[in-house]
Write a protein that binds this ligand. Structure first.
Ligand code: PGA
Length: 247
């Protein structure tokens, strides 16, 4: 595992964008796994700048997002489809027909999950997967206790995740308590994984995930078993790792 320490969140964003830009330059038809949340926003901003400067094109890129709330239509401003359009897709030359977000409005969510994994496989698998990490150790919406062998599946969100994410909704009660998420096996199938983390709230869990026991209780700890993981984290997120002299 390669851990890149940055001073600030902005630096984390530009280093991560650089890694994705290199991937795109080397393989213009890459299949990218993308993430939502507060952590990747600036990184997407950096990718837009690189596109505007003519350094990269997304015209042959295929993307798969990690997750979506169940019951939120794509037009809902807290849906992850809306986030991706707003944060990235509307500003670059990607073909939206080649962008995938799990359908949280599907009637049969288990079948939608299986079909999503089939689509990833049919696209040739994910070349580079972006991940954030939740304060409870989740990656995508794979909450503590998730089976390491899981494919894309519907989940009940934990009180911790609901508490963290409900702040983005007009009223906390509007936040869905279920989601459709790429599974841990789906994520581990990616050829390369890039995990980004920023801020003091991630310091304890980042240490547990990267250096603690590999256990379903800390879903991100499964990444210790992946052969090609790059972690980019700012000083605040690395506080415990530095304190314990892990690097
Ligand atoms: P955040 O979410 O980027 O909003 O902190 C990360 C996550 O929950 O995976």
């Amino acid at each position: 595992m390669n851990i890149i320490a940055t001073k600030t969140k902005d630096e984390m964003a530009s280093v991560a964008a650089g890694i994705f830009a290199t991937q795109i330059a080397e393989k213009p038809d890459s299949v990218l796994g993308l993430a939502t949340g507060e952590t990747p926003r600036e990184m997407y901003g950096e990718l837009i700048k690189l596109y505007e400067a003519g350094a990269i094109s997304f015209k042959d890129i295929v993307s798969f997002n990690l997750d979506e709330y169940i019951g939120l239509a794509p037009e809902h401003d807290q849906s992850y489809r809306y986030y991706m359009n707003d944060a990235l897709f509307n500003h670059i030359d990607i073909d939206k027909a080649h962008t995938h977000v799990p359908d949280g409005m599907a009637d049969d969510l288990e079948a939608e999950g299986r079909a999503y994994d089939d689509q990833i496989r049919d696209a040739g698998g994910i070349d580079m997967q972006l991940l954030g990490i939740g304060v409870n150790g989740h990656i995508a919406f794979n909450e503590p206790g998730t089976d390491f062998a899981s494919g894309t599946h519907p989940v009940d969100l934990t009180p911790s995740t609901i508490a963290v994410n409900s702040q983005y909704f007009a009223t906390p009660q509007e936040m869905p308590t279920t989601a459709l998420t790429m599974g841990l096996a789906s994520i581990m199938g990616a050829k390369k994984i890039v995990l980004i983390a920023s801020g003091p709230s991630k310091a304890e869990i980042l240490d547990e995930a990267l250096f603690g026991p590999v256990t379903p209780e800390v879903p991100a700890s499964i990444l210790q078993q992946h052969p090609d993981v790059t972690v980019i984290a700012d000083e605040e997120a690395l506080r415990v790792i530095h304190e314990k002299d892990r690097l």
